[in-house]
Design a binder for this molecule. Structure first.
Ligand code: NI
Ligand code: MN
Length: 227
């Protein structure tokens, strides 16, 4: 069993056999997060892209957790180590996978930008595939709809897909529901909505638009669930 906690926006924690992963740890400045960055326990910090609402407080979490490894694309890892003082990091790039012992992580394409707080471009945006406890989780990061989601769906046996539905910067509910037809996951958790007025979206409406093959799960802010 894995325990997944949703901290709002695109931030999820995954706990498995005493090991902890946090994805896109935007906690300070995230009005829906009940967790403070100083409370986070992490062995791996996974970052989809460098935008501040995804990189979040990754640097503080890495400093607070001994032996914690930041995992992201080569350019985001360089940004983290050269500009943010992160000591322990593992670079990946699109299509590449690495075994971290208790889980494997692979980067996928995402259709989006990636820049830092000075608006300097930092590589490309990515999605994440996490293999843990025999399950495959796909966290799409920030992305628009793209047809290679069909390739991801054909190649991967996705158990849970975490998909942005907030529109404006990413897919909205119609495109996200269509992406589920290509990705063919067993379960779908919406993310990247209702953090700011511009990405207000109704997750129940998204669930109503899902194909019948997928089970939609709306996680409350701060809620944990076992899978
Ligand atoms: Ni972004
Ligand atoms: Mn974002």
């Amino acid at each position: 069993m894995i325990k997944i906690t949703y901290n709002g926006h695109s931030c999820f924690e995954i706990e498995y056999q005493g090991k902890n992963i946090i994805i896109d740890p935007f906690l300070t400045g995230n009005p829906n997060s009940k967790k403070k960055p100083e409370e986070v326990k992490a062995d791996l910090v996974l970052i989809s892209h460098a935008h501040a609402d995804h990189f979040g407080q990754a640097d503080m979490i890495c400093k607070n957790n001994e032996n914690c490894i930041l995992v992201s694309s080569f350019e985001v890892v360089n940004y983290a180590t050269m500009k943010k003082g992160v000591k322990n990091a593992h670079p990946l790039h699109i299509g590449g996978e690495h075994d971290f012992g208790f889980c494997k992580v692979k980067l996928t394409t995402a259709l989006h930008g990636s820049s830092d707080e000075d608006n300097i471009n930092v590589g490309v945006a990515a999605g994440l595939i996490i293999r843990i406890d025999g399950k495959t989780i796909y966290h799409a990061g920030d992305t628009g709809l793209f047809s290679d989601m069909r390739l991801i769906g054909d190649r991967e046996n996705i158990y849970i897909a975490m998909l942005p539905i907030g529109d404006n910067f990413t897919m909205g509910i119609n495109d996200a529901a269509y992406s589920v037809e290509m990705l063919k996951p067993e379960k779908v958790i919406p993310m990247h909505y209702n953090t700011f007025p511009v990405i207000e979206s109704d997750p129940e409406e998204f669930l109503n638009k899902l194909p019948s093959t997928a089970e939609g799960i709306v996680m409350g802010f701060g809620e944990s669930k076992e899978f």
